[in-house]
Design a protein around this ligand. Structure first.
Ligand code: NIG
Ligand code: FE
Length: 432
């Protein structure tokens, strides 16, 4: 039964074709739009159960059904933020302003700033402080239309500290109608106390994997391969152990140069390789021929003032499945707004708005292993839905810093609801 019915005279971006596969090449330009229509939700299952240009038969709406008239506004799937560090303690505002004066991300990290700085603050924080930080970030993401968010650990870098972060993600999920996809990023950095016995730290990460698996605290395992962090061989050791234990894989790869890490990700069958600003043409070819998703993070290149940009046109032309995300974190991208990622994807990488929307929703859902339930509007998919406060979806990247997300629904429940739409409710909302 339809318990909640959204209608618009404006466009519904369904993103539905192809079913159950990421969009590549020309398909990336197609938002599969219906002009004017109805989206029905079964609020008990949190699934879409009706989508059509025509109103549903009365028999499908037996009992109480709330109608929600969006006027001529855009209805679209919620954003999927498939690369996100979600939770940490402390601020690195001082680093941001040092960068404004010309210091680079790597110079700051080498001078005892960077991930190691956030690590100390995170280890010193109480559990409540961490949870409050996570709640605040989730609120800000949801306000910008994010209904699914990946959450990476990686700011504690001790066994107990990483488990504490992952347990905090589970607690946040129990309070949040949207979806959190947890990732263990024990390989974010070699902690300073392991500087001259790096192998021992890798052993510890591998031992921690078993506990995480047992307690089902993470789906993905990620590593950061970079001169600041892990070598490719150290990353490989962790990922091979993770794969053996049933984790899906992600890699921070080729971020500031072509270090062969994206090729390693393809070789290991990773779900995604992320960043890629420095990747070379050989790696592009390998990636395009694989099922691995290329997650591009233009906000990171902007925030760190790095001139490089991921070779998005080459990737798309070669046939790679490209996704976008915020990379929300305190050091290299304190960005909560997918709309701003769309702006940068357009201005700095030459992506069309339609391509960028598909990349930040449909393909991003595949990058977190949720392509079968999220990232498009169709019967059977989760009811993760955004209503914009405009009838023109291109305003998403074009209106910079604007609050153009009117209403956000995750699995049939409101995450955000603004006045102009509630006025048109044909009864008290059944949803919280
Ligand atoms: O994705 N590259 C590694 N990790 C983060 C940065 C983390 C930090 O600086 O705190 C990133 O850019
Ligand atoms: Fe990251």
């Amino acid at each position: 039964m339809i318990k909640f019915l959204l209608r618009t005279r404006g466009p519904i971006l369904t993103l539905r074709e192809p079913y159950h596969a990421p969009k590549r090449q020309e398909a990336l330009c197609d938002l599969n739009i219906i002009f004017g229509g109805f989206v029905g939700i079964d609020t008990e299952s949190g699934k879409i159960n009706y989508l059509s240009q025509h109103p549903p038969e009365k028999s499908l709406m037996n009992g109480r059904c709330v109608e929600y008239d969006a006027g001529a506004r855009v209805i679209m799937p919620g954003f999927v933020d498939c690369h996100n560090h979600l939770l940490w303690a402390g601020s690195r505002a001082h680093e941001f302003f040092a960068r404004c004066k010309g210091a680079t991300y790597h110079e700051i990290a080498e001078a005892d700033g960077g991930i190691a700085y956030t690590r100390q603050k995170t280890l010193d924080a109480t559990e409540d402080e961490l949870l409050e930080n996570g709640r605040r970030h989730l609120r800000m993401l949801a306000d910008h239309g994010v209904t699914t968010v990946e959450a990476k650990s990686g700011y504690a870098l001790t066994k107990e500290g990483e488990l504490r972060t992952l347990r905090a993600f589970a607690r946040l999920q129990s309070e949040f109608a949207g979806t959190i996809v947890p990732t263990y990023l024990g390989g974010h950095l070699i902690p300073p106390e392991f500087a001259d016995r790096r192998e021992k730290y890798i052993d510890e990460v591998i031992q921690t994997l078993a506990v995480i698996r047992r307690e089902k605290l993470a789906e993905f395992c990620d590593v950061f391969v970079d001169p600041l962090a892990l070598t490719r061989e150290e990353g490989r050791r962790i990922l091979l152990a993770a794969k053996e234990q049933g984790f899906l894989l992600k890699l921070h790869a080729d971020e500031f140069g072509d270090d062969g890490t994206s090729a390693l990700g393809v070789e290991l069958g990773a779900t995604s390789v992320d960043h890629l600003a420095g990747m070379g043409s050989e790696s592009i070819k390998k990636l395009a021929e694989s099922g691995t998703i290329a997650v591009l993070l233009p906000a990171t290149m902007f925030f760190t003032q790095t001139a490089l940009n991921a070779p998005v046109r080459e990737l798309i032309d070669a046939g790679a499945a490209v996704a976008l995300a915020t990379d929300l974190n305190p050091g290299s991208s304190l960005v909560f707004d997918p709309s701003f990622v769309l702006t940068l994807a357009g201005l700095r990488m030459g992506m069309a708005c339609d391509e960028a929307i598909n990349a930040h929703i449909k393909n991003a859902a595949f990058a977190v292993g949720r392509g079968y339930t999220k990232g498009s509007l169709a019967p059977g998919m989760d009811a993760d839905i955004v209503v914009l406060d405009t009838g023109d979806y291109r305003e998403l990247g074009y209106y910079i810093g604007a609050d153009n997300v009117d209403t956000v629904i995750a699995r049939g429940r409101f995450l955000k609801r603004r006045g102009c739409l509630t006025d048109t409710l044909a009864g008290e909302a059944m949803l919280e």
